[in-house]
Structures are given as structure tokens and as C-alpha cells.
Design a protein around this ligand. Sequence first.
Ligand SMILES: NC(=O)c1ccc[n+]([C@@H]2O[C@H](COP(=O)([O-])OP(=O)(O)OC[C@H]3O[C@@H](n4cnc5c(N)ncnc54)[C@H](OP(=O)(O)O)[C@@H]3O)[C@@H](O)[C@H]2O)c1
Length: 238
Amino acid sequence: MAISIQNILITGANRGIGLALVEQYLSQSDTRVYATCRNPEGAVALNALAQADPENLQILQLDVNDEASIERAVNAIAGEIDSLDVLINNAGISGGDGARDMGQLSAAEVATVVTTNAVAPLIVTQCCRELLQNGDNPRAVMISSGLGSLARAGGNAYAYRMSKAAMNMAARVLAFDDAMAGITSVTLAPGWVRTDMGGPSANLAPEESARALLGVIERLVAADNGRFYRYDGEELDW
Ligand SMILES: NC(=O)c1ccc[n+]([C@@H]2O[C@H](COP(=O)([O-])OP(=O)(O)OC[C@H]3O[C@@H](n4cnc5c(N)ncnc54)[C@H](OP(=O)(O)O)[C@@H]3O)[C@@H](O)[C@H]2O)c1
């Protein structure tokens, strides 16, 4: 009997949670990963994984803020396979002082964070829509954050919180959109994770978060469409 292969696309896959997700998915025998990043030549860890498992891991250049690069990467995938089962919009930034702190806010810096974290994943999802609609139990996943929850708002990190709230809304709209019929759209919060973004004091190792996220993603069904879950499966307030 032929084993059915699951095809996964992950953005921002060269470090942090994205890289850990690639590692976790590669440890499953039935998964082919399309790992995308801005600078494949500099993606040392990702290239090492691809050398060890060239059958199941392909690296593609994709800057989420560059629509031409999104189209190139998706067209390259469509030239090889006709379906994607999981899209993980993981790439993201937190921004510097000008995106964070009252008195120092810069419109350009805030806009860059919102564009990268909210607009770009929507466009990536749009580009992957047809491949996803051919997929098996297709899932479009936004890696968001508890900081994007309006119910849990706090007095800091303006651009990041705004961007993740907008990302959450994008995932909700995708869930209701007839043009996305058949695709389960969810928002996931990975926890506080020891990456360049999360910093060294965070309570989760990237592999812990990624393993738990993979478990949630693998259990998703159509009834989860439009939901917001933490990495451990707990449902979160918007
Ligand atoms: N760490 C946490 O505690 C935490 C908590 C909640 C949510 N999250 C979310 O989890 C996701 C991953 O975060 P992380 O902690 O792994 O962060 P990270 O270590 O800073 O990694 C961020 C990744 O996003 C990529 N990226 C940034 N801008 C990009 C662009 N324009 N195009 C393509 N890739 C881009 C980076 O690529 P380069 O190497 O090229 O910069 C890198 O691969 C983010 O969406 C983040 O908001 C993280």
C-alpha cells in the first residue's frame, strides 16, 4: 500500500520555532517539508538538515514581504506537487524601540511590523490557496501570540500586539470566506520560547513548543476552523 505523504510549507524556517518545526516534521516519516527563508545560503542549520534528508526537505527562498518571492516559491512547489496539506505562517518580527515604546514610536517601524506579521501571512495564504484546496485535511496555520489577544492587552509592545491582533482577524476572516472553502484556518500561540525573539529567559525550548504545536496541528479538523489555540491545545480568548 502506498504511504500518503503530507506536504508542509513553513515560513521563517531557518531559526527559532520555524527551524524546530522543520526538525519535528522531519522526524515523522510521512512528511515532506518545504522550508522557506529569506536567505537560504546563510541558513546553516537548515542546509545541514537538507543534506541529511534531501528526499523530505527542500529549502526555498521566500521573503514574506516580497510578493514576487512568494510567487516564485509557490510556483516552484506547484511544479513538483499538486497539493499542500499544511501551511505554517511562522515568520515574524517584534520590531525595535520605534515599534514598541510610547514616546519613541515611528510610523514606519510600526507599519513594518504590522506588514510582516499580519499582511504578509495573508498574502502567503492567498498564494497557497489552490495548492491547499487540493490537500488532505488542509490547514492554514497562523503562528500568532497571546500578546495579540484583545482580552489580554497590556501596556507595551504596541506594534507587535497590533500586528498579532490583525493576524488573528485575518485567520478568522479566512475561516468564514467561501473562497477558502475546505481549508481549516487556525491561529496558534507557541508559548514563550527561547529563541532570538523570545530571549534566554523564556520557559520553553524551541523543540518543546514545536513538538506541542505539531501535535495540535495534526489533530486539527474542520470543526477547529476559526479557532485560537495555545501550543498545549488550550483555547484562547480573542
Ligand atoms: N519566541 C516566542 O516566545 C514567541 C512567542 C509568541 C509568538 N512567537 C511567534 O513565533 C514566530 C517565530 O518566532 P521565533 O521566536 O522563532 O522568532 P525568531 O527566532 O526571531 O525567528 C523569526 C523568523 O522569522 C523570519 N523572518 C522575519 N522576517 C521575515 C521576512 N520578511 N520574510 C521571511 N522570514 C522572515 C526570520 O528570518 P531571518 O533569519 O531571515 O531574520 C526567522 O526565521 C513569530 O511569528 C513570532 O511572533 C514567538
